[in-house]
Design a protein around this ligand. Structure first.
Ligand SMILES: [Zn+2]
Length: 217
């Protein structure tokens, strides 16, 4: 459980650095965190305001320790963890996630949220734009959460499983049809064999009769 004084942390706020996609390109995430720390110290804050940062390539870095109240969302800092996505410059509050961020960031953000949930009972995951007149983080967090790729993948695998079941059922039907065809073929073969045996028996009987007649004449 993560505590801010007596308050249990139960909220995650997602933010963006509002940096251009190529900001500090080729520089380490540590350098980017150091630069953002300079910006935040210039605001008069003790250090960087966010608890976590996620770079364009999905790498994560710690900012402020989780058990220290952050400086990322006015009036909501106590009891919340702030995650900052690098990028998001010029984004709008209802942009699709992928318009401003990378697939690697998507995966890391979901993983990080899950990890934080393991440490403290999170009940709210929100965007900065839900509590302030800001675009940050440049997407609708609730909508983004509701359209988890993991759920999509699960739904797809369920569809594939259903297709496999249908295929198996179809195959089963085909096998049943083949079996029943074989059954009929076997019956036909048995009938033909029976007719052949009867014909042979009749021919034999006629020959025996003929032989008997010839013998007794
Ligand atoms: Zn923000």
């Amino acid at each position: 459980m993560i505590k801010h004084g007596n308050t249990t942390v139960d909220t995650i706020f997602v933010h963006c650095a509002a940096t251009r996609a190529d900001w500090y390109a080729g520089r380490s995430l540590a350098d980017k965190v150091a630069e953002i720390t300079r910006w935040h110290k210039a605001n008069g804050w003790a250090t960087i305001g966010y608890h976590w940062l996620i770079d364009r390539d999905g790498q994560t870095a710690r900012g402020r320790p989780e058990n220290v109240v952050g400086a990322h969302v006015a009036n909501h800092n106590t009891g919340s963890i702030g995650i900052c996505l690098i990028g998001g410059h010029g984004s709008n509050e209802n942009d699709p996630f992928e318009k401003n961020y990378t697939p690697a960031q998507e995966e890391s953000l979901r993983d990080l949220i899950d990890e934080i949930k393991d440490r403290t009972p999170i009940t709210k995951i929100r965007g900065h734009n839900e509590v302030a007149a800001k675009a940050c983080p440049g997407f609708n967090v609730s909508r983004w959460l509701a359209h988890k790729p993991a759920q999509k993948a699960l739904a797809e695998s369920t569809t594939m499983q259903a297709s496999a079941v249908q295929l198996l059922a179809g195959g089963g039907t085909a096998i049943t049809a083949v079996a029943s065809f074989d059954g009929r073929a076997q019956i036909v073969a048995l009938i033909l064999l029976g007719i052949g045996l009867l014909a042979t028996a009749w021919i034999m009987r006629e020959r025996i009769r003929k032989w008997a007649r010839e013998t007794h004449e």
